[in-house]
Design a protein around this ligand. Structure first.
Ligand code: GAP
Length: 502
């Protein structure tokens, strides 16, 4: 129900909708409208600002979306990037076997071996969801999108990349040489990934073309057990859902140092878990109860991971916690694979020690995070619908309204808008309808605040600033507005920012 209402707002207000809709659309592809793209860009830029600042040897790069076959032979994707599928013997419909079970038994079966899935399908006598026909044996399906590059004799087999990560691995050595030849070194890519998902579902959650923001941290494996700044975070309480708690469903608040000693996770890994949790709770300011790390069992882990915890957010529209990101210790799986297949050495030489670096990957699905932000923000109040996005990632920073469309108020409002735009703020000008209606419009797209220009503005050079969430208002001097707005977006209480209005 909430999901349907959210999608209605998403479409009506310019967030997102199915791609190529006028031609009937295609499952698993979505387009962003003007407001949705602003929200997505705010998330990506907040992510960049935060994660690239973790170390002064972390940088963003950009790589091709189509890569040669050798890349995915080396990474193991051609062999292992598969999902279990099952076909109906009557209507021929093909579905993901684990999803069929999940729908019926309301449990997560991701990562389960095809034979075990088949056994469960038989045990629970599950038939085709479409025609109730009998299901055939569970098989596997590779999710990579092949693509022919070139023509005639010169055609080469390429693939659309299934994750941004490979772009960082194939560029590792070149960047290492071009940079400071120092580890840890981080390479971030914010870009597209493509997967031929068998059953795309839940809108932006499982798509065939989607965006990721991934940071690959290359490091000396000998330094896995310690992190120089671990003491700063050792008492920070992580919200953990370890495999052993699957039955009890208990989420534990566990100090970082207890995750190292009790769960036997390396310091380097736990340090970055803390940074991820802080990103969600302190920067995005999401409610603590909506966040958890979920440990994946050996069977559930991606084929390249030694340690693998997902970041999950509790999404009411989807009935519970859903994965939005992951923290993956990929060992030397990828650099080792590229070294083997390309014949190029991936070794570094640091102070006479030669080794192939290991990789810790912080991997975020951008679209899933956008969907999650919308779910958490969506609030129905008695007399308004409001999207309470965290202020920093609200699609627009402020709505700017002249109280009436005459007496020099529109000119003054436009003057103020130009000042704010010069400072880099995203501002939305609206002069149509009553001021109440204009507030409702910006509430429904989650604009962080409203600024009203009235007759007093002309006399006293100040404006009214209205907080979207509390609807409280303060009076602010125009020359202080850029600084006040910046503080407001970073979470400062309204009462500290101006003279309160009744
Ligand atoms: N480089 C590692 C990697 O790609 P993953 O768990 O397959 O790991 C990382 O994907 C994140 O990308 C997920 O946590 C999720 O947020 C997002 N993601 C994965 N598949 C997706 C899909 N089909 N549609 C939308 N987002 C997806």
């Amino acid at each position: 129900m909430k999901g349907e209402k959210m999608l209605d707002v998403a479409k009506r207000r310019g967030f997102f909708w199915q791609s190529s809709l006028i031609h009937g659309g295609m499952a698993g592809f979505y387009d962003y409208g003007h407001v949705g793209l602003l929200l997505k860009q705010k998330f990506e830029n907040t992510w960049r600002r935060y994660f690239l600042a973790l170390d002064d040897n972390f940088f963003e790069i950009q790589s091709s979306l189509i890569m040669p076959e050798a890349v995915f032979k080396a990474s193991g994707h051609l062999e292992n990037f598969v999902d279990p599928i099952v076909k109906c013997g009557k209507c021929g419909n093909v579905e993901r076997a684990d999803h069929i079970l999940e729908d019926v038994l309301e449990e997560n079966f991701e990562g389960m071996a095809p034979d075990d899935l088949m056994a469960l399908i038989k045990k629970h006598r599950i038939n085709c969801g479409k025609c109730k026909g009998p299901l055939q044996e569970v098989g596997v399906f590779n999710m990579m999108f092949p693509i022919d590059v070139g023509a005639g004799k010169n055609v080469n087999r390429g693939y659309l990349t299934g994750e941004t990560a490979q772009g960082a691995y194939v560029n590792f050595k070149l960047e290492f040489e071009a940079l400071r030849k120092k580890l840890p070194m981080g390479l971030a890519i914010v870009g597209k990934a493509f997967r031929n998902e068998i059953s795309p579902r839940n809108v932006l959650i499982r798509m065939r073309e989607f965006s990721q923001a991934e940071l690959q941290i290359f490091f000396n494996p000998k330094e896995m057990e310690q992190h120089p700044k671990f003491r700063d975070v050792e008492n920070y309480k992580l919200k953990l859902f370890p495999v052993k708690n699957r039955k009890s469903k208990k989420i534990e608040d566990m100090p970082a140092k207890a995750a190292v000693t009790g769960l036997k996770l390396p310091e380097f890994y736990v340090y970055h878990m803390v940074q991820i949790q802080k990103f969600y709770l302190d920067v995005l300011k999401l409610p603590a109860e909506s966040f958890r790390f979920r440990e994946l069992s050996k069977e559930e882990r991606a084929f390249y991971n030694k340690y693998h915890w997902d970041i999950e957010l509790n999404l009411e529209s989807l009935g519970g916690f859903k994965e939005v990101a992951g923290i993956h210790y990929r060992t030397d799986h990828d650099l080792g694979g590229h070294q083997r297949v390309s014949g190029e050495s991936m070794e570094v030489n640091i102070d006479g020690e030669k080794f192939v670096p290991h990789v810790l990957e912080l991997s975020f699905g951008v679209d899933r995070n956008v969907y999650a932000l919308l779910d958490i923000a969506y609030t129905e109040e008695p007399d308004r619908l409001v999207l309470r996005f965290p202020r920093l990632v609200s699609p627009l920073d402020a709505g700017l309204f002249p109280l009436v469309n005459k007496d020099r108020l529109p000119e003054k409002a436009r003057e103020i808008m130009e000042i704010l735009k010069d400072y880099g703020f995203k501002v939305f000008y609206d002069s149509g309808g009553s001021i109440g209606r204009r507030y409702r419009r910006i509430d429904e797209i989650g604009v962080a605040c409203g600024i009203t220009v009235d007759y007093d503005t002309l006399k006293r050079n100040d404006v009214t600033l209205r907080d979207r969430d509390s609807m409280k208002q303060v009076r602010v001097k125009i020359n202080e507005l850029p600084l006040v707005l910046r503080k407001f977006l970073h979470g400062e209480g309204l009462e500290k920012l101006g003279k309160p209005l009744k």
